[in-house]
Design a protein around this ligand. Structure first.
Ligand SMILES: NC(=O)c1ccc[n+]([C@@H]2O[C@H](COP(=O)([O-])OP(=O)(O)OC[C@H]3O[C@@H](n4cnc5c(N)ncnc54)[C@H](O)[C@@H]3O)[C@@H](O)[C@H]2O)c1
Length: 383
């Protein structure tokens, strides 16, 4: 059974998150009939400061104007300090986010954006990564990155151990059951986690799938074994089908789910191997079919975000992520670093009532890189 991460963490009341490049409020601002209390922004927004520093340090050639734009977008700062915008209000909603084990990845950024919008956050963490994640959280290692735009710290109500490649206890092989990395944990198959969440919370409104694994990702497709290919599909695509299958009965009508995909599903990205490109293609196709089925069955929306490159723990395992980040900076229409928070913000929008007619979609959050037909930094073009 999963241990609670709430112990020792500062309780916070999350407040509505306004996604707008014009966010700047004092603590008692009232907007469009919503009695919103939002902390003053400006330099207290750690995300904004980090964005600006990291962009400028990483790319000294980036103009200071570019740096300012990113900083403003993240902090909601405005030239004139005017406050207006559409609120992403997820107060009263509960989100289960599968695939959070540190503060570097997209799952964490999505959790933060949803928390900033007022949602209650519960997470599913891969069993072998659970101990270190909970310990780091308890010891305050993530405190700075838990900070929300209003200055409070993101609270995680509960962390569940999860291994999304197993649906029921009967599916778990003996060597995994007895593996010391799984010792001390129970009820971590998808069916059991959904049952535990039902017992603990009753229902959820938002389901986020932010996990993937391809044991042979560094091999080309021609070299990939059947076992490696099927493992990639199991962990990275079917895991979403299974999660939605088991959580749908406890999802409130009008809810939404999100997964994360990558452009390698539709364009050849040499190096993204082991069947991972096939897994992402399956995930995108399933997004459309599941949008129909879950829409008809429970008024649930299903979308996927095709995210640009981020130096997460999983991406570093692929080996060339830093080059992909540099490639994106050189060739994307928007010449800026892609921040995990930008994916988080889009996820918050997509699961909110503002996106109530959006389902079955692949939404690109990649500085526009997917639209390019060739690499403008190619040496071939220079001649
Ligand atoms: N980082 C990128 O450049 C990039 C780009 C596009 C899409 N994505 C996608 O974003 C999603 C999140 O990945 P990330 O890059 O943020 O890395 P990440 O390391 O933060 O997230 C991957 C998570 O999957 C978990 N996981 C692996 N196998 C699991 C299993 N069997 N059961 C439960 N959890 C399991 C890991 O513990 C980890 O927490 C993935 O779907 C990934 O393919 C990433």
């Amino acid at each position: 059974m999963g241990a609670s991460a709430a112990a020792g963490l500062q309780a916070v009341v999350a407040r509505p998150y306004i996604i707008s490049p014009t966010r700047m409020f004092t603590s008692t601002t009232t907007i469009s009939g919503f009695n919103l209390k939002v902390a003053k922004q400006g330099l207290t927004n750690s995300s904004g400061i980090f964005s600006r520093q990291s962009l400028c340090e990483r790319y000294p050639s980036a103009s200071s104007k570019n740096c300012r734009v990113v900083t403003r977008a993240m902090s909601g700062e405005t030239e004139k300090g005017t406050a207006y915008g559409l609120p992403i209000d997820l107060r009263g909603k509960r989100a289960f986010i599968a695939g959070v084990a540190d503060d570097n990845g997209y799952g964490w950024a999505i959790a933060k954006a949803l928390a900033a919008a007022g949602a209650e956050i519960i997470v599913g963490t891969w069993v072998p990564a659970l101990n270190i994640f909970e310990t780091s959280l308890r010891r305050g290692k993530f405190d700075e990155s838990r900070r929300l735009p209003n200055g409070s710290l993101m609270e995680i109500s509960k962390i569940y151990p999860l291994d999304a490649i197993y649906d029921t206890p009967e599916d778990v092989p003996e060597d995994v059951k007895t593996n010391k990395r799984y010792a001390g944990c129970s009820n971590w198959t998808v069916k059991e986690v959904a049952e535990s969440v039902k017992n603990d919370f009753g229902s959820i409104d938002i389901l986020v799938h932010s996990l993937a694994n391809g044991p042979e990702v560094t091999k080309s497709l021609l070299e990939t074994s059947r076992r490696g290919y099927l493992a990639a599909i199991s962990a990275s695509s079917y895991s979403f089908v299974s999660l939605l299958q088991h959580f749908l009965p406890i999802m409130n009508s009008g809810g939404a789910s999100i997964s994360l995909t990558y452009i390698a599903s539709e364009r050849t990205i040499p190096g993204y191997g082991g069947g991972m490109s096939s897994a992402k293609a399956a995930l995108e196709s399933d997004t459309r079919v599941l949008a129909f089925e879950a829409g008809r069955k429970g008024q649930i929306r299903v979308n996927t975000i095709s995210a640009g490159p981020l130096g997460s723990r999983a991406a570093k395992a692929i080996g060339f992520i830093e080059k992909m980040i540099d490639y994106s900076y050189s060739n994307a229409p928007l010449q800026k670093e892609l921040l995990a928070d930008e994916v988080g913000n889009t996820a918050a929008f997509l699961v909110s009532p503002l996106a109530s007619a959006v389902t079955g979609s692949v939404v690109y959050v990649d500085n526009g890189l997917n639209t390019m037909g060739f690499a403008i930094d190619s040496s071939t073009l220079a001649t």
